[in-house]
Ligand binder design. Structure first.
Ligand code: ATP
Ligand code: LTN
Length: 327
């Protein structure tokens, strides 16, 4: 069984996009191999963040992982910064990725676009190097992510190929796994933009109350056709709501179109809100219980112990390959 790995940056409150594009799939695959599902707290430092916010968000994501159904007996849940090998390996691997490649990364271009050059931290630029280190440390072949992260996983694949060509088979080749539906949930207020936890416009948060979720979905931007019909170009708003419904119910777009034939957007939005609320409501209760139980730190400590065991072996393998290991 192949190892599975993925991470989420604790940059803000988790969104419905994070849930559909990532966490829901983590829950699905957690028993299909040994899984390493971590909180990418070092990556969260690549843009300014308050220390307390970073600390609290990190525990919060762990609590949501558990509330969503990750089983800490099966999945290794840990903080990236609790495993020093991530940073050590990144320092080595940075020599096998190039300025040109990193400059072409869409996430870097998007996040740095509005910043002055003097204010862009190096960590934002070298983000994919640390991410490649995360991935190869656990010999993971399967990397479940939303669409926006595929380019980074592809770069990690290029790096593995380059490294193995130079030093012999050392690193395992990873592959991104992207859900067929729901890998890119769009903002409810601007359906041409990705729903993103660091941009609160048009987000549904996993922590939102039932009333807030309903209000947000009822006021989602829709389109001119007044017809529930999937067409990303002409009807991006409705298509996004259909994607949300399809990914949470398993219904195809055709089925949804049939179900709402002759009905208005109001009926459709009410149904989408019902589906989202039914999916998220049980988590919220579990989440509150988990936070109260104080279990999160225990889970993170257990996950870090196992992660360190595996990661330190891979690090030594790499150190030996490049000629750094002398013990
Ligand atoms: P930030 O706003 O800080 O960039 P984000 O909300 O985009 O954060 P990440 O931490 O970058 O979230 O992503 C965590 C996981 O959730 C990744 O696998 C990512 O691909 C996925 N993801 C994030 N946003 C969406 C979305 N709108 N639709 C589907 N998947 C998403
Ligand atoms: N860059 C990812 C978070 C992340 C990740 C990883 C995902 C860091 N390291 C390794 C998959 C594999 C993001 O922004 N979601």
């Amino acid at each position: 069984m192949d190892n599975i790995l993925s991470g989420i940056k604790p940059t803000g409150q988790l969104t419905l996009g994070n849930y559909i594009g990532a966490i829901k799939n983590f829950v699905k695959v957690q028993n299909e191999g040994e899984s390493f599902l971590f909180i990418a707290d070092l990556h969260a430092l690549t843009l300014p963040i308050e220390p307390q916010t970073l600390h609290d968000n990190s525990r919060d994501i762990a609590a949501f992982y558990l509330a969503a159904g990750l089983n800490p007996e099966k999945a290794n849940i840990f903080l990236q910064s609790d495993v020093a090998a991530h940073s050590e390996l990144a320092i080595i691997l940075q020599n096998y990725l190039y300025m040109g490649e990193l400059s072409r990364m869409t996430q870097f271009k998007d996040k740095s676009a509005k910043m002055k050059e003097e204010a862009i931290g190096l960590g934002l630029f070298t983000y994919p190097v640390l991410m490649a280190a995360d991935i190869v440390l656990y010999d993971s072949k399967r990397i479940p992510v939303g669409e926006d992260q595929v380019q980074h996983v592809e770069l990690a694949r290029d790096l593995v190929k380059r490294f193995n060509n130079r030093y012999g088979e050392t690193l395992v080749m990873p592959k991104a796994e992207v859900a067929k539906v729901g890998a890119r949930i769009m903002s409810l207020s601007d359906p041409t933009k990705k729903m993103s936890k660091s941009d609160p416009k048009g987000d549904v948060y996993l922590k939102d109350s039932v009333d807030v979720i309903r209000k947000k979905i009822m006021s989602a931007v829709t389109d001119m056709e007044a017809k529930v019909h999937y067409d990303v170009e002409k009807q991006p708003g409705v298509s996004n709501l259909m994607t949300i419904m399809s990914s949470l119910t398993g219904k195809s777009f055709e089925q949804i179109e049939k179900e709402f034939e002759g009905k208005g957007y109001g009926d459709f939005k009410r149904a989408v809100a019902d589906v989202v609320i039914a999916e998220l409501a049980p988590f919220k209760e579990r989440y509150e219980q988990i936070v109260k139980s104080g279990k999160v730190d225990e889970v993170l400590a257990k996950g870090a112990k196992r992660a360190n065991e595996i990661a330190s072996k891979t690090l030594v393998r790499v150190q030996k390959a490049v000629g750094l290991y002398h013990k």
